[in-house]
Ligand binder design. Sequence first.
Ligand code: MV4
Length: 450
Amino acid sequence: MFKKILIANRGEIALRIIRTCKEMGIKTVAVYSTADKESLHVRFADEAVCIGPPKGADSYLNIPNIMAAAEITNADAIHPGYGFLSENAKFAEICEQHNLTFIGPTPDQIRQMGDKITAKDTMRRAGVPVVPGSDGLIDDVAMAKIEAKKIGYPVILKATAGGGGKGMRVVWNEEEIEKAFDNATMEAGAAFGNAGMYMEKFVEEPRHIEIQVAADKYGKATHLSERDCSIQRRHQKLVEECPSPFMTDELREQMGNAAIKAAEFIKYQGLGTIEFLVDKHRNFYFMEMNTRIQVEHPVTEEVMDYDLVKEQIKLAFGEPISGKVYYPREMHAIECRINAEDPTKNFAPSPGKITSLHTSKGQGVRVDTHIYAGYTIPPYYDSMIAKVICRGRTREEALDKMDRALREFILEGIHTTIPFHLWLLHNEDFRSGNYTTKFLDDKNLAEELK
Ligand code: MV4
């Protein structure tokens, strides 16, 4: 097994990875920016190396500094966590060149899934359902008009370098298409340095349901059930749960098999997530593949009683996955993301000092966080400061537990998304599992939270 892993990340995920490393007897190296000097990942790791000033671009994205930290500490692998360098093919390649194991898939696999047209084409060839749409790039407005007529309005324009909603436009009729194409092209060019666009039929009021997969270096993949991530605001997930209230045994079997087929077709190595759009008739379509551990992985861990980070490390070292396919026990898990944001003010960032803190406790309650009383949330990074994960025998039990857990979460000094979650847990449509990705679009949250 690896002797020493460098964690190229910060916050709760750095702590999460350190915990598993300790349980596996693997030494850990933290890296940190000057803004994170007082962070727990620095304290909990066996060694810590400062890699630069606060801005992500100067520290957690600074490849030369991270490689130097790995070299001086004699690490033999790098865990990238999520965000930052986790889906950077160049970084994975540089790790390989320095004889460091990148804990993730190969650079080629990252590239293949990072370009959305390539990913979609690969999935089509694998026999995985994809949303009907253009065969490849849309060259100009004239071509966009022809393709849209073929597909039938409404259509959606997407950036091939995109993901997460940037450079994306829904187009309802031909009058709108020129402006939509030009704007999306500009936005994608500015955001990704790649303005390439493609087109799909717009699936109205879909659910976002993703399948967790794990695959070894010997071509075998398995799936670990789904997560419903339909509760999002501006493409930021706020709540995830497993099982999806919309799931049936038959659909899980179909989506699970499709996800396994997808992973095995590209000889995928490591943990991955296949995101699907699911329409109201339970047709499902491949959307994207995430080639990293995800924020919401604890939902799967709690339902399956399984350490995904441990599995990820073992797979990266070259261990085979066990032959059996894992199915959820009679268990339901839900995760609420606690962000340092004010939900009554359009989720405006609310960094600052946490003056007092008591996190939720009790049976079936898990809190993944790096914050502590007296900690100052720096303004430079993602606003997520904690994840509360609750499980129960039924969905109702898990939701009731979450309501209880969030009410005993005391955090003073900053605003958080807790009031939003408490509102959601008492919303009738959410309670009955009747929600799609449109759920929050239709709501005036500032009004609802009064
Ligand atoms: C779609 C779609 C409807 N039809 N594609 C949003 C982010 C990016 N990953 C893809 N997204 C969507 N693609 C077709 N053909 C609707 C969305 C979408 C969405 C997807 C998942 C979760 C939340 C969403 C919110 C708005 C739009």
